[in-house]
Design a protein around this ligand. Structure first.
Ligand code: ADP
Length: 620
């Protein structure tokens, strides 16, 4: 006997909204129904542990889908726990479950926003009404004899009939609406696509039944691939990890390393994180990049490129995180402010950094290759995060005055090989290796045998603003004019002598160059070059100025200090001229110009420089 019942008010409102809102992502109904079926199978398996008669030996727990293009009917069937009459009424009808209530309370009246809310609350079953003009749920509870059928058109009411069913489980029959984006689901290719997308790693087998043109039924299993991240690492071979990498990365090639984890405790999740051996396409330059992690909830695919799980500076990583603790319908908005997600992100960062560290320690050559391709991306971590600075410092690699062509040096190694007299870590920033390698700023350190790190990535200026020290050794920019080494008494005497001797030349140069430099002074730090430009502490570096002006920003003009080398023949000659009160002619302009060139800066007026230089070349 058929029994008609009213939907509970809130359910009715919900259904109305579901049906009448333009839902852009209708296909998710299939994910919801498959996931409900998988839950029902899990529940039965669980109950059968205590009561083995519920699951006779040899039964395959499975999900069967069939799409019929001629009748426009789609069915999804499972042989799981099933529902009796009370369950059907409770679960699919009258009792507003907490999700429904919360959902309705969150409704704002703005259709566009409200539609997005659907996904946030556990109201999955009803989403079938987005594509269905009528739904039948035929179910028999495991361990009970009687079957029941629930039928509704998604309006005010539903009916329940007794209807014998041969096996336990639930069969949902969807009469597809006569609209393009609903009818589609009667075609097996469409169903296959969606199931493969969302439910590829559901543990229970999902079969699709379709009819060929001679009306023979074909059965195909849709989810062959095991969710390898849920398996124990000891059961997996390297080959399987590599195969799975191809699947998640879509890049092909081999991973550099991976980290496979299962965490239990207040939260339970699995992660399988890969570091690619080669930079994924566009990763280095794109600022609006894709993030490589996929989020799964209870083995069900939720989203690709989940940026909430990974900071920008780890955007080269690939892999999967699968959590038990989020709702299937989790939305982007929820992800952004969710404690569970924040915890997953922290886990991912930590594991990726740990993995990189072990590659850096055990496989130096491989790490060098990684560093060339992705080091600059990792460096962004220095100004975008504060929590993992120590780990990041240990991962840094540099070219230096002491590395050979293929080598890099890390900070640990740098500090270990510092001569005893060296107190700080020296570096120089510039546009390219060739620009910094010839810089006059290196001369003092070279003479002392101190190693100098070369920083030539665009991010380095920014990085150095948060990289202040390593193991109590301060970083020192050689472009600053404050480098002081310990000096012997003789050296000190010679210096103050030079200062006096050169006073006149310094004054004369300063007078001519006053527009460009704040001071001219003698230095003992130059060995081969006649002069260089240094900046006072706090002033902006030449490279930074260039970066800013490249970005069209206004660069505050800070004058630098011109330091001259009293031991250089050019300076000695000029000193004579100054002492004889002779005109210095083109010399000041050429000295200033060559200081800019030597550090890799751009000449403000190349033509003027060339003409000044030609005057000197022509003079006898
Ligand atoms: P949720 O799955 O988030 O609880 P749904 O609206 O999708 O919300 O489903 C409501 C309830 O109906 C489920 O919690 C479950 O008890 C029951 N149910 C749905 N589908 C099935 C099924 N295939 N087999 C058994 N029970 C089901």
């Amino acid at each position: 006997m058929s029994e008609k019942m009213e939907f509970q008010t809130e359910v009715r409102d919900l259904l109305h909204l579901m049906v009448h809102s333009l839902y852009s992502n209708k296909e998710i109904f299939l994910r919801e129904l498959v996931s409900n079926a998988a839950d029902a199978l899990d529940k039965l398996r669980f109950l059968s542990i205590a009561n083995s008669s519920l699951l006779p030996a040899g039964t395959e727990l499975r999900i069967d889908i069939s799409a019929n293009d001629s009748t426009k009917i789609l069915t999804i069937e499972d042989n799981g726990i099933g529902m009796n009459k009370e369950d059907l009424i409770q679960n699919l009808g009258t009792i507003a479950r907490s999700g429904t209530k919360n959902f309705m309370q969150s409704i704002t009246g703005d259709a566009k926003r409200d539609v997005n809310l659907i996904g946030q609350f556990g109201v999955g079953f009803y989403s079938a009404f987005m594509v269905a003009s009528k739904l039948e749920v035929h179910s028999r509870k495991a361990g009970e004899e009687q079957g029941f059928q629930w039928v509704s058109e998604g309006t005010g009411d539903f009916s329940i009939d007794e209807l014998p069913k041969e096996k336990n489980g639930t069969k949902i029959t969807i009469y597809l609406k006569d609209e393009d984006d609903c009818r589609d689901f009667s075609q097996d290719w469409r169903v296959k696509n969606v199931v493969r997308k969302y439910s590829e790693f559901v543990t229970h087998p999902i079969y699709i039944h379709s009819l060929d043109k001679d009306n023979n039924e074909n059965v195909e299993r849709l989810n062959e691939k095991p969710a390898i991240w849920r398996q124990s690492a000891k059961d997996l071979e390297e080959k399987q990890y590599k195969e799975f990498y191809e699947l998640v990365s879509h890049e092909g090639g081999e991973p550099l390393a991976w980290s496979h984890n299962h965490v239990e405790g207040t939260q339970e999740y699995w992660s399988l994180l890969y570091i690619p051996a080669r930079a994924p396409f566009g990763v280095r330059y794109a600022s609006e990049h894709s993030h490589g992690l996929k989020l799964y909830v209870k083995r069900v695919f939720i989203m690709d490129d989940c940026k909430e799980l990974l900071p920008n500076w780890l955007r080269f990583a690939r892999g999967v995180i699968d959590t038990e603790d989020l709702p299937l319908n989790v939305s982007r908005e929820i992800l952004q402010s969710n404690k569970i997600v924040a915890n997953l992100k922290k886990h991912a960062i930590k594991k990726i950094l740990d993995t990189l560290q072990s590659v850096a320690t055990d496989r130096k050559e491989d790490y060098a290759k990684f560093w060339i391709e992705m080091g600059a991306v990792l460096k962004e971590g220095f100004y975008m995060n504060w929590e993992f600075l120590d780990e990041l410092k240990n991962l840094l690699r540099f070219k230096s005055t002491k590395t050979s062509e293929k080598e890099f040096v890390g900070l640990e190694e740098y500090v270990a090989r510092m001569p005893e007299s060296q107190k700080e870590i020296y570096y120089i920033i510039g546009e390219s290796l060739s620009a910094v390698q010839g810089s006059p700023h290196l001369e003092a350190c070279k003479a002392k045998g101190y190693e100098v790190l070369f920083l030539t990535d665009a991010v380095d200026e920014f990085m150095m603003q948060s990289l202040k020290e390593f193991k109590d050794k301060k970083f020192h920019d050689l472009a600053l004019g404050d480098l002081e080494f310990e000096k012997s008494k003789e050296e000190e005497n010679a210096e103050s002598e030079n200062k006096k001797t050169y006073e006149k030349l310094c004054e004369a140069l300063q007078k001519v160059l006053s527009e460009n430099v704040s001071e001219v002074r003698v230095t003992s730090r130059l060995k081969d070059s006649p002069c260089m430009l240094v900046r006072a502490a706090g002033g902006m570096g030449a490279h930074m100025e260039k970066l800013m002006s490249l970005q069209g920003m206004e660069v505050p003009k800070t004058k630098r200090i011109l330091e001259i080398n009293p031991e250089h023949e050019i300076c000695k000659n000029l000193l004579k001229k100054a002492e004889a009160n002779e005109d210095l002619g083109s010399y000041p302009a050429v000295l200033y110009g060559q200081s800019l060139l030597a550090e890799g800066s751009v000449l403000p007026d190349p033509a003027a420089f060339v003409s000044a230089m030609n005057k000197i070349l022509l003079s006898k």
